[in-house]
Design a protein around this ligand. Structure first.
Ligand SMILES: *[C@@H]1O[C@H](CO)[C@@H](O)[C@H](O)[C@H]1NC(C)=O
Ligand SMILES: *[C@@H]1O[C@H](CO)[C@@H](O)[C@H](O)[C@H]1NC(C)=O
Ligand SMILES: *[C@@H]1O[C@H](CO)[C@@H](O)[C@H](O)[C@H]1NC(C)=O
Ligand SMILES: *[C@@H]1O[C@H](CO)[C@@H](O)[C@H](O)[C@H]1NC(C)=O
Length: 370
């Protein structure tokens, strides 16, 4: 895991992603055609060229039948499928550790976090397969239509984003054991967690060779795709306008105010009452104040957006931290799920606190236009 930036960019805070720096030149083969490979070994060597973990790559691809007759998207889907199997096995091992009665409370908490993170990785991998099987990605690279090329690019950006996120999940999980003298369990699950991240990294490197995924100019938010008007391309225009509006101009679904002038007095209460699996953006406006609480945003709370009153005005501070016995994952004030499922949080600092030394937790929320 690379070091977290001190203060991420001004507009969005996104998890730093270990974006595999594949150096291979992008092949310009159309997505739908199979270049000539005389043997499966030759195909594997070509596909694994430029991956960060070529040995892992070669052994993953060695299991795939008729490798040399498969298109690159099919090869990646098959590699992702193998990764899913490893994730499932790892999660099942974690679950079996949880059944041990002698486990410490901390180990238990850290393993529960890992299970949640592994399930997120699984979602990411499934999203990747869905993307790669979609017409946008399958459309031959030779298509002259610019809208087809645009759709392909958006799809590929999404693939890059979710695979990058999937790499980091396992490291976040391991961070949960950071304050335990080794922990009893960490050493058993660590190798397989690294293996998962390496497999995902290799898939990402292969995906970078697909048409529409040619390396973009340096991105302000690594792994989150190209920027358009200061926002990642995948931010829809309506959302972009919402983000650019001053806080006072955002129509909030719920208002949090400590003095009772809103719908809720705590952020957590507003999040708890927010709809789950919402299809539309649900905006929570948090009025000025220092909120001493841990805001946990569950996986089902998608499409939430937080808007505050400005830097130093709306502040969320968490009490719970690693020293108190919580894991890093849970002590990030607005946890990783917030980063991932909100798509973006206005200037919220949502990276987990860097160890050591504790305690240090503070998260802030303020609008784009102070
Ligand atoms: C991987 O592919 C095999 C064969 O196509 C399939 O049976 C299996 O369910 C897939 N695994 C996952 C996790 O999707
Ligand atoms: C799960 O645990 C068993 C027994 O400890 C071990 O043999 C196996 O390799 C583990 N699997 C994974 C994926 O960690
Ligand atoms: C918050 O309060 C406003 C004004 O009373 C009301 O219109 C709105 O429906 C409330 N929202 C929620 C989520 O309770
Ligand atoms: C409540 O606090 C907000 C700032 O958080 C302030 O703007 C508002 O005037 C206060 N309302 C009342 C009734 O005190």
């Amino acid at each position: 895991m690379p070091p977290l930036p001190k203060r991420p960019g001004p507009l969005l805070v996104l998890l730093v992603v270990a974006f595999a720096a594949a150096t291979a030149a992008a092949s310009s083969d159309a997505a739908g055609t199979v270049p000539f490979y005389p043997t499966a070994e030759a195909a594997a060597a070509a596909h694994c060229d430029g991956t960060l973990y070529p040995d892992v790559c070669l052994s993953t691809l060695a299991d795939i039948p008729d490798l040399h007759k498969k298109t690159l998207p099919d090869v990646i889907c098959a590699a992702v499928n193998r990764t899913e199997d490893v994730v499932t096995a790892t999660a099942s091992n974690c679950s079996s550790y949880l059944r041990e009665r002698s486990l410490s409370a901390r180990d238990r908490l850290a393993i529960s976090d890992c299970l949640e993170l592994l399930s997120t990785t699984m979602d990411d991998l499934q999203a990747t397969v869905a993307d790669l099987e979609s017409p946008a990605a399958r459309d031959s690279g030779s298509s002259a239509s610019s809208s087809a090329a645009g759709a392909r690019r958006v799809t590929m950006d999404h693939v890059m984003t979710v695979l990058s996120a999937a790499i980091t999940n396992q490291y976040t999980c391991l961070d949960g054991f950071a304050y335990q003298d080794g922990g009893r369990v960490r050493r058993y699950i660590e190798p397989t967690l690294h293996h998962v991240s390496r497999m995902v990294s290799n898939s990402l490197a292969m995906a970078k060779k697909l048409p529409g995924a040619s390396p973009a100019p340096r991105q302000p938010f690594m792994g989150y795709g190209q920027m358009v008007k200061g926002f990642p391309r995948w931010v829809r225009p309506g959302d972009r306008r919402l983000l650019q509006a001053p806080a006072s101009g955002v129509a909030a679904d719920a208002v949090v105010a400590q003095n009772g002038s809103g719908n809720y007095t705590t952020v957590s209460a507003a999040v708890a009452a927010a709809p789950t699996n919402s299809k539309r953006r649900y905006v929570i406006y948090i009025k000025a104040g220092a909120y001493m609480e841990n805001v946990e945003v569950g996986k089902k709370h998608v499409n939430l957006m937080f808007v505050g009153d400005g830097i130093g005005k709306t502040v969320i501070k968490a009490r719970r931290n690693v020293v108190d016995g919580s894991t890093t994952f849970r002590s990030a004030t607005v946890g990783e799920y917030a980063c991932r499922t909100l798509d973006y949080i206005l200037n919220a600092c949502c990276s987990a606190p860097p160890p050591p030394p504790p305690p240090l937790l503070a998260s802030c929320i303020h609008p784009v236009v102070p």
